[in-house]
Design a protein around this ligand. Structure first.
Ligand code: PLP
Length: 388
């Protein structure tokens, strides 16, 4: 067993170029689409870039309709509104995710019911969803929607979650913010959700600088999403509004970036998976390190390579994060479970063995940028290996 490393003696390395967790990686084509928008003077919330970007999203995901928006969070918010989530409703939500998954539930004055992870993918546990639904029905408070997240790109166990949605007639809102390019159960992730959302934030597998999209096969959902995203303006020669809307539409400039990025999505997935394989091979002989699993019938875009560090071997995840940071390398602890967040202290939580909390204690996301060089990858791996 390695001795506990002496953190106070570790030295900062300010000379090498910073390695980020997952920075934007442009294709070079983005600027042409932006240029085009300038030339056409279509630089706001309508134009060819938006239309073509949405078409491309539909082609890649298999959904019939895509509405491009200015964030993934906005897409979740509109998705919940379309599913009729209102004040006092309960919405099933994984605890092990980014807070943006759950915040829109609160925007609607509804209540998240947090569900622990399962061990096979680290995503929301189907057995606990069933338990929460049954207890909800017994309290005459049947949950109104199930939010599923595909964490770090790894698809959740949709084969088990989808039948629950059917059995209890509860719609699924799929937060695929991290999972563009992933495949669920050898189907595209689209087939099983009523509404799916994507994020194009700067650190996601592709970016629009900031943006998101709502995906659906239901035309009335798509029409309503667009209407709500543009201040719920109705078709009159003057401004007419019967409902409260939002300013959630994407700009034609951002969509231009998205168009250029869509052209390299497949390549980015390949690169992310290569990075993951590199780490897996490099740490194969280190029993302290294990990886987020990828069941055989799923395909992850490996947006971030997430590992668990068994502190029994002498080093904790936080110590590794800290040592890497001193060497100018950004890694990140996995999400802190939402049921532990002070802002959600009053929410209910279903668990059997507190898996998400265990992941939080020992989980780390390694640098996964698609521009990482082999030298940089070796550097990261060697720093970690030297601790054992
Ligand atoms: C990034 C992310 C979001 C939010 O997307 P934004 O575009 O940043 O609003 C939502 N859910 C998950 C799981 C995410 O990782």
């Amino acid at each position: 067993m390695a001795s506990i490393i002496n953190i106070s003696s570790a030295k900062a390395d300010n000379n090498s170029e910073k390695i980020w967790l997952s920075p934007p990686h442009l294709s070079g084509k983005e600027i042409q689409y932006i240029q085009q928008a300038f030339e056409q003077n279509w630089i706001t919330t309508a134009g060819e870039n938006i239309t073509e970007f949405e078409k491309e999203i539909c082609r890649v995901t298999g959904f019939k309709y895509a509405v491009a928006l200015n964030s993934g969070t906005a897409a979740i918010h509109l998705g919940l509104i379309l599913l009729g989530i209102k004040e006092g409703d309960e919405v099933i939500c994984p605890t092990f995710t980014f807070i943006a998954t759950a915040n829109p539930i609160v925007y609607q004055k509804a209540k998240p019911v947090f569900i622990d992870s399962e061990p096979d993918t680290w995503n929301i546990c189907p057995d606990l969803i069933r338990k929460a639904i049954i207890e909800g029905i017994q309290k005459r408070k049947k949950p109104k929607a199930i939010i599923v997240v595909h964490l770090y790109g790894q698809p959740a166990l949709m084969d088990k979650i989808y039948p629950l949605s059917q059995e209890f007639d509860i719609p699924i809102l799929e937060d695929a913010a991290e999972a563009l390019g992933s495949i669920v159960s050898l189907n595209h992730f689209d087939k099983l959700a009523d509404i799916s959302i994507l994020s194009f934030n700067g650190n996601k597998i592709i970016t629009t600088s900031g943006g998101g999209a709502l995906l659906t096969n239901n035309q009335s959902f798509a029409d309503k999403a667009l209407y709500l995203a543009t201040q719920a303006r109705e078709h009159f020669p003057y401004y007419q509004h019967s409902e409260t809307g939002y300013n959630y539409r994407i700009s034609n400039i951002s969509a231009g970036i998205g168009r250029g990025q869509m052209e390299v999505l497949e390549e980015r997935v390949k690169q992310k998976r290569q990075i993951h394989t590199f780490y897996q091979e490099a740490f194969a002989d280190l029993p302290a390190i294990s990886f987020q699993p990828e069941p055989v019938d799923t395909f992850s875009n490996k947006w971030l390579t997430a590992i668990l560090i068994n502190a029994g071997y002498g080093v904790t995840a936080e110590q590794i994060r800290y040592i890497l940071a001193l060497r100018n390398i950004e890694s990140r602890l996995v999400w802190k479970p939402l049921h532990l967040q002070p802002v959600f202290r009053d929410c209910s939580f279903y668990t059997e063995n507190h898996l998400a909390e265990q992941f939080f204690k020992s989980g780390l996301c390694l640098p996964s940028g698609t521009q990482l060089s082999e030298d940089q990858l070796y550097k990261i791996v060697n720093i970690i290996k030297s601790l054992y």
